[in-house]
Design a protein around this ligand. Structure first.
Ligand SMILES: NC(=O)c1ccc[n+]([C@@H]2O[C@H](COP(=O)([O-])OP(=O)(O)OC[C@H]3O[C@@H](n4cnc5c(N)ncnc54)[C@H](OP(=O)(O)O)[C@@H]3O)[C@@H](O)[C@H]2O)c1
Length: 248
C-alpha cells in the first residue's frame, strides 16, 4: 500500500531518542522530511545525522522546549524556514511515566503541574503553533499517550486521560479543515533505555512480548497517511493487547 507520504513535512517532538526517534525514522523512510525537537542539542544533532544517513531524507534538528509558547512558536517558524510547510505534527515529548508516582501524601503539586505542562499543555501548544501552517486542506496530528489514559495507577497518569479529551476536541474542531487528530497509546515499549526486567514484565500482554518502538512508529505513520483520512478523534491501544481489558 502506498501511504502517499512522499514530499510531506512533519514535526516530531521528543525526536532525539526513544519512540520519537523511531517515529521520525519511519516517517522519513516513507519520504517525509522531518523536523525533530528536544531540549538537548547534542543528542538531537547526533540523531538527525544518523537518521539522515539511514533514510536519505532531510532531518532537521531544532532545539525547543514544549513547556514554552515562545520556544514552540520558534520551532514552527524554524520548520517553515527549513522545510517550507508543515503537514504532520507528532506530539510525543514528555517524561515517560510522569514524575508523581507515589502515594498522595508524597505527591508534589508543582511536580504534577510540570508533568501536565509538558504533556497536556505542551501538546496543545504545539498544535496551536502548527495548525495555522497546515494550509493545504490537509493535516495530521498524532498524540502519543500511554495506557494510564485507560487505567488507574500513578497520579501523573492523569495526563494521558487529559490528552484523550484534547484529541477528540481538536478532532471535532479541525475536521472541517481536513486535519485529523488521533492518539496512540504505547504500553511498555522497547527503546534504547529498556532493560531485561522491563522486557520480561511487558511480556504479560496478549501477544506475550514487548512491543518495539518501531511498531509504535508504524501505527503512527499509517495514521499520518492519506489512507487514514476517515479515522479521527480516536485513541488506539498499540501495546500488544492489555489482558483482560475490553473496548480498548
Ligand atoms: N517508553 C515507553 O515504554 C512508553 C510507554 C507509554 C507511553 N510512553 C510515552 O511515549 C512518549 C515517548 O516516550 P519515550 O520512552 O520514547 O521517552 P524518552 O526516551 O525519555 O524520550 C523523550 C523525548 O522527549 C524529549 N523531551 C522531554 N521533555 C521535553 C520538553 N519539555 N521539550 C522538548 N522535548 C522534550 C526528550 O529530549 P530532551 O530531554 O533532550 O528534551 C526526548 O527526546 C512519551 O509521551 C511517553 O509518555 C512511553
Amino acid at each position: 500500500m502506498d501511504l502517499e507520504l512522499a514530499g510531506r513535512v512533519a514535526i516530531v517532538t521528543g525526536g532525539s531518542r526513544g519512540i520519537g526517534k523511531a517515529i521520525a525514522q519511519e516517517l522519513a523512510s516513507e519520504g517525509v522530511d522531518v523536523a525533530i525537537c528536544a531540549r538537548d542539542r547534542k543528542a538531537l544533532d547526533e540523531t538527525a545525522k544518523a537518521l539522515t544517513k539511514a533514510t536519505g531524507r532531510r532531518i532537521v534538528p531544532i532545539v525547543a522546549d514544549t513547556t514554552s509558547w515562545k520556544s514552540v512558536q520558534d520551532l514552527a517558524e524554524a520548520t517553515l524556514a527549513e522545510l517550507g510547510h508543515i503537514d504532520i505534527l507528532v506530539n510525543n515529548a514528555s517524561t515517560p511515566g510522569g514524575m508523581v508516582r507515589g502515594a498522595l501524601a508524597e505527591a508534589d503539586d508543582d511536580v504534577l503541574l510540570e508533568d501536565i505542562n509538558t504533556k497536556v499543555v505542551g501538546y496543545m501548544r504545539c498544535a496551536k503553533a502548527a495548525v495555522p501552517h497546515m494550509r493545504r486542506g490537509w493535516g495530521r496530528i498524532i498524540n502519543i499517550g500511554g495506557l494510564s489514559g485507560r487505567r488507574s495507577g500513578n497520579i501523573s497518569g492523569l495526563r494521558n486521560a487529559a490528552i484523550v479529551h484534547l484529541t477528540k476536541t481538536l478532532a471535532d474542531q479541525l475536521g472541517p479543515q481536513g486535519i485529523t487528530v488521533n492518539l496512540v497509546h504505547p504500553g511498555a515499549t522497547r527503546t534504547e533505555r529498556t532493560d531485561a526486567e522491563t522486557e520480561r514484565r511487558a511480556a504479560t500482554n496478549a501477544i506475550r512480548r514487548i512491543v518495539d518502538a518501531r511498531e509504535i512508529a508504524q501505527v503512527v505513520t499509517f495514521l499520518a497517511s492519506t489512507k487514514a483520512a476517515n479515522i479521527t478523534g480516536v485513541a488506539i491501544d498499540a501495546s500488544g493487547g492489555s489482558i483482560p481489558v475490553m473496548f480498548q
